[in-house]
Design a binder for this molecule. Structure first.
Ligand SMILES: [Zn+2]
Length: 588
């Protein structure tokens, strides 16, 4: 995998596997290693372990394991080169530009950086318009009316796109080609394909940043009654809607700290919640959440509170998001805000009317999604059989999406109770839904818990770790072929070869030549808590193996003798037997 001197090797040396894995899995320190719930199989108690010094992970449940690259490849479903890039980025290691890039690739990269630069300039431009123009003054008044003070405006980079229609265009025209201007999405071309004009006019602008904090798009709200009320940047080479969550760049830390994220619909909502001191909030910026956005979120937490608008569109969006989140094994709660006054309240309005504290209180009480869904189902007409069937059919798809079988059947029971389903048919439908789903990865008993003898385990550990005498130990084992016939023969043989090479030993590289069950055993052993190895201990392990070897040989000789061979051969065997018995007696 990581060749000596390669960039991959450099990344591997510098990367911290605990930090990288920690972005996907909640890890707790446990002895010398860290443990958490395995992201590769469904489980309730942690059997997934990461070793900080050996830089490996291993699941004692389903048996997966490897190094930091393997983990990222499995998690992101990507290839090795992509995994190197991801790990390097996460660890702040700068990635060398590959020398031979195709001219197209080079051009695309250049274009992307120009587009990012254009957005940076546009951001500065819009902010200046809000601060220093008459029109901007009106926009500021509007913002103030919505409770947005100077600090908030500055904090969220809010700006203003003037009404003229070519203000930004004029400042860009001399620097960028028409093609680039249109590609940036900041400038549009009119229907006839001729004249260029600013995409955003007479609108308040909200910069949308990617995960690393670079402005890649804008959301813009009409100041007057212009339609649409909200207008966003189109998709561009630097902005794929489904890949970006608004406020993610600033929410990361909060999400990690709070161990959950709040998902809202629009940037105004995200801003309102963040201003209330709740920083772990992101907005999907659009009514439906896309799978890449969930993946992005999943790198920081698996717990989400969905707080969409209470209108019909928001409810539909909530339910769509729920499906997706459940499929990805998220723990989801739903906050449906009560009306503020007589208005249906989105988070922005609610916080303005009722205050941050009230919002936080409701947030803490937000019910699990199933309660939310049951409440929605109960709003249906449950007095008739058909009505109940409709309600069950509304709930079934969600029940089926829960990956965990126990939870699934718990919810089925609960739904039956809550909807007062006495009809056996409906109960059966729920029960069936609860069972039907790919079954969880089950621990394969033949693959775990192989009880290799303690001496073998200890030797494996020493060969992997004892920098000081690994080579000598390997030599001893090699000379007398002491590992022949042992259960751990292949592991020991691979370790001996690696140790004799004189190169620093990499557990994952040794593992790569082993069969799956041997790799698991090797990783299991690597995670055992153990004392510093000493040469004395190594020698006593060698002696133990010599003893076992002599015993095995003795048994062989005995069998041969009993087979009644011709006289000369028998004499040889009897001598051999004597010698072996002397050796065994001496060792006792
Ligand atoms: Zn597992």
């Amino acid at each position: 995998m990581a060749e000596a001197g390669s960039f991959a090797e450099k990344v591997k040396q510098q990367a911290d596997i605990v930090r990288v894995v920690g972005e996907y899995v909640r890890l707790k320190k446990s002895g010398q290693s860290f443990t958490g719930l395995c992201p590769f199989h469904a489980e309730k108690s942690p059997s997934f372990a990461v070793h900080p010094t050996k830089q490996i992970y291993h699941c004692f449940g389903c048996g997966v394991g490897g190094d930091v690259f393997k983990f990222v490849m499995e998690m992101e479903k990507c290839a090795f080169p992509e995994a190197i890039r991801i790990v390097a980025e996460k660890c702040g290691i700068s990635i060398p530009r590959p020398k031979e890039r195709s001219p197209e690739e080079r051009k695309e990269n250049q274009q992307r950086s120009v587009l990012v630069e254009m957005h940076r300039e546009a951001q500065t431009f819009y902010v200046k318009q809000l601060e220093g123009t008459l029109e901007g003054k009106a926009a500021r008044a509007y913002l103030e009316d919505r409770g947005m003070d100077k600090d908030a405006i500055a904090r969220f980079g809010i700006g203003y796109a003037p009404s003229g229609g070519d203000a930004l265009l004029r400042s860009f025209k001399s620097k960028y080609s028409e093609k680039l201007l249109v590609e940036s999405g900041l400038v549009s071309r009119d229907q006839s394909g001729g004249r260029l004009f600013d995409r955003f006019r007479r609108r308040i602008t909200f910069p949308i940043s990617n995960e690393s904090g670079k402005v890649v798009a804008f959301g813009a709200r009409a100041l007057g009654d212009d339609m649409p009320k909200y207008l966003n940047s189109p998709e561009t080479p630097i902005y794929l809607k489904s890949n970006v969550l608004y406020h993610m760049d600033r929410a990361k830390e909060g999400i990690r700290r709070q161990e959950y994220a709040i998902l809202v619909e629009g940037y105004m909502d995200a801003i309102a919640v963040a201003r209330a001191g709740i920083s772990n909030v992101v907005a999907s910026c659009g009514t439906s959440l896309a799978e890449p956005q969930i993946k992005l979120l999943g790198r920081f937490t698996r717990r989400v509170i969905v707080n969409y608008d209470p209108d019909a569109a928001g409810q539909a969006a909530t339910e769509r998001s729920l499906s997706l989140l459940l499929e990805q094994d998220f723990e989801v709660r739903v906050l449906a805000l009560p009306p503020a006054g007589n208005k249906k309240a989105d988070p922005d309005l609610f916080i303005r009317e009722k205050g941050a504290e009230e919002y936080l209180k409701l947030l803490k009480e937000a019910p699990p999604y199933v309660d939310y869904l049951i409440a929605r189902a109960r709003q249906m007409d449950l007095t008739t059989g058909e009505g109940k069937l409709r309600a069950v059919n509304f709930l079934l798809p969600y029940v089926q999406k829960i990956p965990n079988g126990i939870l699934r059947s718990e919810w089925a029971t609960r739904i039956a109770q809550q909807l007062r389903l006495d009809e056996p048919v409906l109960r059966a439908a729920l029960g069936k839904a609860a069972k039907e789903r790919r079954s969880e990865v089950k621990t394969k008993p033949e693959l775990v818990g192989r009880a290799a003898k303690p001496v073998e385990r200890r030797l494996i550990r020493m060969l992997a770790e004892a920098e000081g005498f690994r080579k000598e130990l390997a030599q001893h084992l090699q000379n007398a072929r002491l590992y022949n016939g042992l259960e751990t023969e292949k592991i020991l043989a691979a370790l001996v070869i690696a140790s004799l090479s004189g190169q620093p030993l990499e557990a994952t590289e040794v593992a790569s030549v082993l069969e799956e069950r041997d790799r698991r055993l090797l990783f299991e052993i690597m995670f055992e808590e153990a004392n510093e190895p000493t040469w004395e201990e190594a020698m006593s392990c060698i002696e133990a193996l010599q003893h076992r070897q002599a015993e095995r040989e003795l048994a062989d000789v005995q069998r041969s003798i009993e087979a009644n061979p011709p006289g000369t051969e028998l004499r040889g065997l009897l001598e051999k037997k004597q010698e072996l018995m002397r050796r065994l007696a001496a060792a006792r």
